[in-house]
Every structure is written in C-alpha cells, then in structure tokens.
Design a protein around this ligand. Structure first.
Ligand SMILES: C[S@@+](CC[C@H](N)C(=O)[O-])C[C@H]1O[C@@H](n2cnc3c(N)ncnc32)[C@H](O)[C@@H]1O
Ligand SMILES: [Zn+2]
Length: 272
C-alpha cells in the first residue's frame, strides 16, 4: 500500500498499473523513476518551485565528494539508536533534496522500515528516485504533506522549511523529530571572505510546539577540499552563492586547497 494519501481528498490509494487511484477516483501517475507527483497545481506559487536543477546538481556533486559524510553517518547512527525499539518504523525526510541523507539512513534501518521522502522540487525528486530505489519519494510541499495523521515514527528535516502544525500532525505520540541547522562556525572561512562582519548562526533552536527537546548535539569538524570544482559546488549550494563577486571568487580560488569548518546543530525532539 502507498504510504501517501490523495492530496485532494485525503483518502487512500489503490495502485492500478502505473497509477495510484484514490477512493474518490483522483488519478496520479507513477513516474518512470518510481515517484509520485502529489503537488496540486494550485499549491504552486511558481512553475517549478523549490531548488532548480543547477542547485540540486551542485548539491549532489558536493555531497558525493564526501564533505558532509560525517553528518550523514551521525544522523544514521542517531536514527538507528532512536528507532531501535520500534517495530517496522516509518521515517519521513522532509525537504529531502536529491536524497543523499535519506539513502544513508535507509541503509542502517531494517527491511521492515518504510522510508518516505518528499521535496517540492520535482527535479530533485526525479534524480532522487532514479538513484535510490528503496525509498518512497513524492513531490509535495512540507506545508501540506499528503500523509495521514500520526503516521511517522521519526521525521528528519535537514536545512528545509516546515510548519509546526504539520510536524505535530504527522508524528506519532512519543515519535521523534530530528533537525539539522547551521551552528555558529559553519563554513566560517567562506563567510569571512564575503562579509566584513560575519553574523553567527544560532547555537540552539527552541522546541516546536508540542515537542520536548531530548538531545542537542554539536557536530564540528574541519573539511579539506583540494578540488576547485568541489569548492564551487559547495558555494553554489549555499544561500550566499550570489554574494561572491568575481574578485572575491578569484582570491578564494587562488588558494588551491581549502580547509573549511563544518559546524552543525543536530537537535532531537520527542512528541509530547
Ligand atoms: C537546502 S536544501 C536541503 C536538501 C536536503 N535536505 C539536503 O540537506 O541535502 C532545501 C530543500 O528544501 C526544498 N524545499 C523548499 N521549500 C519547500 C517546501 N515548501 N516543501 C518541501 N520542500 C521544500 C528545496 O527544494 C530543497 O531541496
Ligand atoms: Zn482523492
């Protein structure tokens, strides 16, 4: 059975050939890569919402280089620890991008787990579904998730937007919410190149309503980059990419190898 529900009437799907059909006869084709597009046309505020192909490809190339592998490994270890006692767990990666972290987590969970992931960017989901076959991907908004209430044991949100009311609705009582946000020194060397005065990121976030924080982790490590293209991919996937003017970029590229600090806040909350 599909872990998703109809975005129009919220009833369950039955699959017929390559189509999911809800109880009220709304049809959604399963794309050849295996994902569902459940984003209603009237919910889009642009033709192609979310990350575009260029940003998504830069993120994939950078992540494939292993620069954020310590984060993927830490998250996988935490999720397998927190879900150790849950039988046939359900996990949702909200704003999953091209699926890098979802796939790392999928590899540490048992075959009985149901792993779902969504993003509003169709191109990101297309690439994700093409590469990672064991994950149920759909195009949808994190603000209106086509899944039933209290259906998720663990929800992860890595640098992606969400609504507290949706987090509360989706996660089972005593279920977990795991978030990743930038910590104060994240990519400091790059930000110092751009800004005269670097604003620090926050070192802690408050629990969303209806949740209690149970663990706060700071993951900090130096990342060495020896390849100019990987540095450019990293810059391209950051929100400050457009602030690099040509002169700043040339002075950065002249360095040839780069040591850049990674600093993440990982926060684990439990539903009350
Ligand atoms: C910074 S990226 C992070 C992607 C992924 N979690 C990662 O860390 O590799 C933010 C993602 O949020 C997605 N996004 C933005 N608004 C969204 C929304 N309303 N619903 C779902 N995804 C959204 C973007 O398309 C993008 O893939
Ligand atoms: Zn329907």
């Amino acid at each position: 059975m599909s872990p998703f529900i109809c975005p129009l009437c919220r009833s369950h799907f039955t699959q017929k050939h390559n189509t999911q059909i809800c109880e009220n006869n709304h049809h959604f084709d399963i794309a050849k890569e295996g994902y569902l597009n459940l984003l209603p046309v009237n919910a889009k505020n642009s033709k192609n919402p979310g990350d575009n192909k260029e940003m998504m490809m830069a993120r994939r190339a950078f992540l494939d280089s292993g620069g954020y592998l310590p984060l993927a490994e830490k998250l996988s270890a935490l999720i397998s620890q927190y879900l150790a006692k849950t039988n046939a767990p359900t996990l949702l990666d909200l704003g999953c991008g091209e699926g890098y972290y979802t796939s790392h987590i999928e590899q540490v969970l048992s075959d009985s787990a149901t792993i779902t992931a969504l993003d509003i960017s169709k191109v990101a989901i297309r690439y994700a579904a093409k590469r990672y076959k064991k994950i149920n991907f759909c195009v949808a908004s994190a603000y209106d998730v086509p899944m039933t209430d209290k259906s998720i044991d663990a929800l992860i949100r890595i640098y992606a937007p969400s609504l507290d009311s949706e987090l509360q609705r989706l996660i089972k009582p005593s279920g977990f919410l795991i978030t990743v946000t930038p910590a104060p020194r994240h990519l400091l060397e790059l930000r110092e190149k751009i800004y005269d005065q670097v604003n620090e990121h926050g070192s802690e976030n408050d629990a969303p309503q209806g949740f209690t924080k149970i663990e706060q982790i700071n993951l900090n490590y130096p990342m060495r980059i020896n390849n100019e293209q990987i540095l450019k991919d990293l810059i391209q996937m950051t929100p400050f990419a457009w602030k690099f003017n040509e002169q700043k970029m040339l002075s950065l590229l002249a360095e040839k190898t780069w040591q850049i600090e990674c600093d993440f806040n990982i926060e684990i909350y439990q539903k009350d």
